[in-house]
Structures are given as C-alpha cells and as structure tokens.
Ligand binder design. Structure first.
Ligand code: GLN
Length: 309
C-alpha cells in the first residue's frame, strides 16, 4: 500500500476509465425530476483530512441527495437523543430492499437499521421531536450548509412535491410503525423526510460535508465539533453494514469502505482517518446504488490502497 497515494493522478485515471461505462444502470424514474437527469453524468470528489482536494467530471453539478441524507439525520438525532435512539431503531443489515415493509411486522415496528426507509423515517421523527417540519428541515439544511461551508444548499421544491405525491410506501411504513407506537407524527415526519431527500448537493460539497466521519467526529479543517469519536465510529460501522440495503455485502466486498448510496445516483464513502469521497452518476443497479459510482469507488480504493480490509 503506498503511504501517500498520488490522488491527483488516481482521480484523473478513474475519471478517464469510467468513460467507457457511462450510461450504465437505470436512472430512477419514480418521479419526473429524477427521470430526466442525463444518465451519462459522472462526478467524483475526494477530500483528505489534511485538506487535499481533487475532483473530476461533474463534481460541481448539484444532484438529489436522497438517502445519503439519512447519514446526516442520524448524526443529528444521535446528538439530540444519545443512546436512547437505538431503542427505536436497530443496527443490523436488513437483507431487504430500501422500502420493504416485511420485517416490520415480525419485529414489532422497530426497523432493522437507520438507513432503510422505515429506520430513516423513525430517525427523522425522533429528530423532529414534535417540532413543525419547517423547523426540522431548517436544522437539517443548516447542518449541511455548516458542514460543507456552502450556504446555498437547499431543498429542490419540485422533487419534494413529487416525493410527497408518490410516497405511498413511505406513508405505509410510517403508519405501520405508528400502529406499534414507534412514530409520533406521521404527516409532519414525512413532510420533513421528503424534503431532506430532496436537498440538492454536489460531489464537492458532499465529500466536504462527510469529512467529520473520517476524523473521529470533528471537522479536520475547521476544527468544529460535529459528534463524538464513538458516534462517528458507529455511524461509519452502520454505513459499512447497512449503507446499500440488500447489496451492502456486495459493496463491502468490492469497495471495502463505509458508504451510503441514494437513488439520485450519489454515494458518500468514508476512508477512516484519511478522507471522504463523493461520487455521482445517475444510473442505478438493482439495489438502487449508482452503477458507475460503485465501479469508480472500487477502482479508486484499489489504486489508493484505501480499503479498510
Ligand atoms: N426518496 C426515496 C424514498 O424514500 C429515497 C430512497 C433512496 O434513496 N434509496 O423512497
């Protein structure tokens, strides 16, 4: 393993090598605003704990954060509730699709982990803690702005509206959990959840926002406290085991880093002690993870010697 990989060279190589795969996978089409994104887009940004930053392709272009937002709401909810949060949501891989309802009945309304939809909805309910959705989403949005250092990050209102109009499965999950007393306010929580999924962010901003997870919960560049070292380690552990739904094992096998995917085609990956990586390409594999994005990460991690295994 090279002690100090030549990141500029590696990022450029990955950018070049991915050209042959562009357009692979299937763009999410459950809402028009996602369906019309060009499948051939590809961006990659890396930032290290000592502030070295490299990018290639469309790393400057905003995309829909979708389920990657679940990492940040989990961080906020753990800060608010501490260990009590784990009474309402587990931390085992589900082996099921992101929006599956099947396990919830057997497990009495306690979702397997905070990254499947049911778990993320519980986390958002806990974060909201009875406040109106406008307050919840402002907290999440401001957190993303603070972490990335970019104060224009915002919700895409068209995406949020479509998420709400088509969110029947998410309503089912939330109501089902309400029936098990694991949900306080279905409507307010889902309004917040749909908006957090609709935040627009670039690879450059996302890598920067996730960097605290590579550095024991403190932003290595600004020095700002975000979460405790123990929580940062545990959030990364859940990303490794549950970050890609029923394909989390595949991701660990091929990439070997804690990561979180979203159906907008973004993936955030953490290199503990070293760096954060954000990649975006809209075509998805069967499990809803970016097809080109996962390939790019696999190659980058191999060249940099960055797998945790
Ligand atoms: N907004 C999507 C949903 O809740 C997010 C899913 C995802 O990115 N996997 O269905």
């Amino acid at each position: 393993m090279p002690s100090k990989p030549d990141l500029a060279e590696i990022v450029a190589t990955v950018g070049r090598d991915m050209q042959q795969h562009l357009g692979g996978g299937k763009v999410a089409d459950y809402i028009p605003a996602l369906a019309r994104v060009d499948a051939r887009r590809f961006g990659l940004a890396v930032i290290t704990c000592d502030g070295e930053a490299h990018e290639t392709g469309d790393a400057w272009m905003p995309f829909s954060i979708q389920s990657i937002s679940k990492v940040f709401t989990l961080t906020l909810a753990l800060e608010r509730h501490g260990e009590d949060l784990w009474k309402r949501v587990g931390r085992e891989p589900s082996g099921s699709r992101f929006n599956s309802i099947v396990q919830l009945e057997h497990e009495r309304g306690v979702p397997r982990n905070p990254f499947i939809n049911a778990g993320a909805i519980v986390v958002t309910d806990a974060l909201l803690a009875g406040r109106p959705p406008a307050e919840g989403i402002a907290e999440i949005r401001d957190f993303m702005r603070m972490l990335s250092g970019v104060d224009t990050i915002d919700v895409d209102p068209e995406v949020a509206k479509s998420e709400a109009a088509t969110g029947f499965r998410n309503y089912s999950l939330a109501n089902f959990m309400r029936g098990f007393d694991n949900m306080t306010s279905v409507e307010e929580t889902l309004q917040t959840y749909f908006q957090q999924c609709s935040l627009r962010i670039t690879c450059r901003q996302l890598a920067r926002a996730g960097l605290f997870l590579a550095n024991g919960g403190t932003d290595p560049i600004s020095g700002a406290y975000v979460t405790t070292p123990e929580r940062a380690r545990r959030i990364a552990a859940v990303m490794m085991t549950c970050g890609h739904y029923d394909a989390s094992g595949e991701f660990a096998f091929h990439v070997g880093l804690p990561g979180k995917s979203g159906v907008g085609g973004g993936i955030l990956a953490i290199v503990p002690g070293r760096a954060a990586i954000a990649v975006w390409s809209p075509g998805l594999d069967e499990a809803g993870t970016s097809y080109v994005g996962a390939r790019a990460l696999e190659q980058l991690v191999k060249l940099a010697g960055w797998s945790v295994f």
